[in-house]
Design a protein. Sequence first.
Length: 277
Amino acid sequence: MRGIKANIFTFIKYFTLLLGVFVALLPITVILFSSFKTSDEYNSTNPLTPPENWLNLSNFTRAFVEGNMIVGFLNTTIILVLSLIGATLTGSMIAYVLNRFNFKGKKILLGAFLLAVLIPGVTTQVATFQIVNELGLFNTRWAAIILYMGTDIIAVYIFMQFLNNISVSLDESALLDGASYFTVFRKIILPLLKPAIVTVVIVKGVNIYNDFYTPFLYMPKKDLSVVSTALFKFQGPMGSSWEVICAGIMIVIIPTLIIFLILQKHIYNGITQGSVK
């Protein structure tokens, strides 16, 4: 009887895993097939039907050239690098202050962070847009950079979990030697937070790379398009070139896939270490 229950459990476990893989790979398979199809073939065949010609690269060429993907990748890279540097520094400093110092209003501040997470971002966009516009940042890269640099509560908590594993005696020893709090943070805390920094950079970097809403709303200018908005021009009131959009999606997926395969060990290790005190 116990053996039957074990077999049933094993079957359910692997069936669930296979189902998850199927659900995850199905959309990517449809996009991959569609990216190699012609317009007539796309409209006349099933989405799961493989393309007749796997060497048809016209959709990729059109998506890259007409979508101005070079400018998109350039703008994305600039925004991504500056945003991640700023978000990492502000997040780690906030986590350091909250973890190492006791002061009045500390619990209120933590509660405010949690409250900010619970408020849907869409509800604050009118006020946010007015602030960005008044600062003269609308239709500039700095609009997205400043918004992405805003404190990420998830990043703060990841840093705080890692700080729980760093002995306070290191801070005290450095302070006794005459180091300032800034020196302690820069020379001791920040280097020891490297696994957490890698985790935050990867997780937040993927979110920024895939974000469509912020660039579309705050940077509508054509030469400020990013990879997520570069292909929007292929969709219009007269119809959409979905096969070209699918080719563009594959172009956008490739860098993310390569980076994930290279850094996946850091993602898993960083999240696991950050969850253990």
